[in-house]
Design a protein around this ligand. Structure first.
Ligand SMILES: CCc1cccc(CC)c1NC(=O)n1cc2c(c1)/C(=N\C(=O)c1ccc(N3CCN(C)CC3)cc1)N=N2
Length: 279
């Protein structure tokens, strides 16, 4: 009789267990395909990563960390990693299938989101980050390209490639500049509050259609982030309450940024977000 503590043995998957469908997208290190597990007919997204690429950029530790972290997370707004397997050339990640595709394509299509969509997605992100931070995980790379939508329009955070299991301050440089907090772009020690900053960036981008410190060159973006050079184009579509929330997150001193709990309680969120996460 197996002891209570023994986990159910992880099934060893292989390519033969799946029927591969259309390609869904491609990233720097591989592609993602629609796939169906043959026995259960369960639909998944199969992310194929070339070992040669991982070795070339010395990313096995980062990939291993991504897999360990994403396998351990269970939250409605975090894309599930069900398992993985490999062959001679490739590593295969068996991921939850998000039927709605990438959020940023939705954003580019419409230019900016409605206040209900924006508030609902910020609430979902805040709830997902509250869960991640309780598990000592900092995502560090939340940007529209890493956000997916399921068949009900519910947001799913994907791609934990830059996340870290953190119990202390971190020093690693990562991500594109637009979404990085000052302490990240200065390559200083940073902690969970970097994700709070990014929520401010995303809230601004959801409502205005572009991130607040966007500039021609990376060095200009860097300067604007360091100065917190924040301005709100005058438009009737963005309320004073939305500007208040953004201004309380884009604060240089990380200890003074609005906490995740205070975001959930903010009047703009309470008034505009759909608590079921669908909209
Ligand atoms: C390798 C790809 C990659 C690189 C880097 C980061 C990420 C995370 C976003 C990823 N994607 C990833 O891991 N992904 C994991 C995934 C996943 C991507 C996914 N779905 C889609 O990519 C998708 C795209 C378009 C789509 N349609 C577009 C047209 N519409 C009319 C109908 C719907 C429907 C679904 N489901 N799980």
């Amino acid at each position: 009789m197996p002891s209570q503590t023994e986990k159910k043995p992880q099934k060893q998957w292989s390519l033969q267990d799946f029927e591969i469908g259309k390609p869904l997208g491609k990233g720097r290190f591989g592609r993602v395909y629609l796939a169906r597990e043959t026995k259960s007919k369960y639909i998944v997204a199969l992310k194929v990563i070339f070992k040669e690429q991982i070795e070339k950029y010395r990313l096995h530790h980062q990939l291993r960390r991504e897999m360990e972290i994403q396998t351990s997370l269970r939250h409605p707004n975090v894309l599930r990693l069900f398992g993985w397997f490999h062959d001679a050339e490739r590593i295969y990640l068996i991921l939850e299938y998000a039927h709605g595709g990438e959020l940023y394509k939705e954003l580019r299509k419409t230019g900016y989101l409605t206040k209900k969509q924006a508030a609902t997605y910020i609430l979902s992100l805040t709830q997902a980050l509250t869960y991640c931070h309780e598990k000592h995980v900092i995502h560090r790379d939340i940007k529209p390209e890493n956000l997916l939508l399921d068949h009900e329009g519910r947001l799913k955070i994907a791609d934990f490639g830059w996340s870290v299991q953190s119990r202390s301050k971190r020093h690693t440089m990562c991500g594109t500049l637009d979404y990085l907090a000052p302490e990240m772009v200065e390559n200083k020690a940073h902690d969970y509050a970097v994700d709070n900053w990014t929520l401010g960036i995303l809230c601004y981008e959801f409502l205005y259609g572009a991130p607040p410190f966007e500039a021609e060159s990376q060095s200009d973006t860097f300067r604007r982030i360091m100065k917190v050079d924040l301005s709100f184009p005058s438009t009737p579509y963005v309320s004073a309450e939305a500007k208040d929330l953004i201004s309380r997150l884009l604060v240089k001193d990380s200890s003074k940024r609005l906490s995740l709990q205070k975001i959930i309680e903010h009047p703009w969120i309470i008034k505009n977000a759909d608590p079921t996460g669908t909209c």
